[in-house]
Design a protein around this ligand. Sequence first.
Ligand code: ADP
Ligand code: MG
Length: 447
Amino acid sequence: VWGRVIDIVSEHINAPSLRLWFEGTRPVDLYEGTLEIEVPNDLARDYIETKFKELIEEALTDVTGYENANLIVNVENPDRPRGREGNGGRSGFNEGVESVLQARKPRPFKAKYTFDTFVIGAGNRFAHAAALAVAETPGVVYNPLFIYGGVGLGKTHLLHAIGQYIEDQDVNMQVKYVTAEQFTNDFINSIRDDKPLGFQRRYRENDVLLIDDIQFLEKKEGIQEEFFHTFNALYEENKQIVIASDRHPKHIQTLQDRLVSRFEWGLVTDIQPPDLETRIAILRKKAMMDKLEVDDEVMTFIASKVSTNIRELEGTLVRILAYAALYGREVTVHLAEEVLKDILPDSDYREIPVELIQHEVCRYFGISKSDLLGSGRSRSLAYPRQVAMYLCRELTDESLPKIGKAFGGRDHTTVIHATGKIAKLINSDRDVFNQIHELTYQIKSKR
Ligand code: ADP
Ligand code: MG
């Protein structure tokens, strides 16, 4: 039960605070709708009771089916032996809950991911407008709608918003949201169980299909084939299809040309990282929605430091507040600075070694390290070299001379020239923008 509750709760709390507050927590008893848990200390009890009680009780209602679910938080008694749950006379309640779970219709949408909660800025204005247009007149304006952009920039949020908007307008509309991974598993299972028709019905008898993270189909040509048929069946009936991806269809390797071209029948639009103003606005909205009291100054500071991922942006705010609560400190810029340095080793701030960037750039362009650092001037070498220098400038704190040195002892003016050139290209050439974007993502995920 606790696992299920945590699953649901975790959808509403970011990973760092989940770890911070729930790591030492364990369930001790469950009777009817009342769940008793134990936490390691008073602080955790107070925090969970004030911040998360309501949320947990809601989740508990979902899981157990009891309307008046109730959470009791006790501080751990070191004398009590661990691992009591499920022992003596209590076996059976797990199975009971299992059946409740089975019967529960899965809710595919996060209530918070609506158009109302989506902050519009330069980077996402067009994607937002297209998503809203599709939600208002599904199957009519842009079909398919293909939204792509980096991690944590709001693609899933928009997909959910479209789905919820359409369902709110017309309860009879069949809306299906899946990730490409779920689609794949579903397909594989249907083959295994010899139930291909069930699969087809589940996907083709919808008015709207929202499919997330389509890049998962990269290099999976069998599934692409199946998706192609699903796509056609829906499309021919003027059913709306919305697709999200972390990159442009053209950059999904081995994606069949006919799928790429079908995606281009509709509208392909990107989401770009939010500018500073938008990031601040997103934090303000978050603070307002979660009733958090935070100075503008602190939000501005966070927004200036975390720039590439909105999930991380929001997570950082929560983490700073949790930290302040934990140590009974005021939420100030000073504290925020401290937290960003000390307890967020996996944020934007973990150092990225120059070698990692060089390695990834070599791999990406298929050249050797000695070519990258050498003196070859052909475009096929000079361009990757400039990209690598640019990324070193963007992703590390190394000085210009140091970067130059790391590139076969080049002068710092060479680095300035290279970074300037790439920066210009990013603004004028969509392909370069995509490349840099993809590389940045790859490098950060390997850090
Ligand atoms: P993606 O699917 O692109 O990786 P998500 O849609 O999961 O990103 O967004 C990550 C987090 O950032 C979510 O909590 C989402 O609500 C929030 N978010 C993203 N864009 C916005 C926005 N424009 N306004 C408000 N919140 C946003
Ligand atoms: Mg997503």
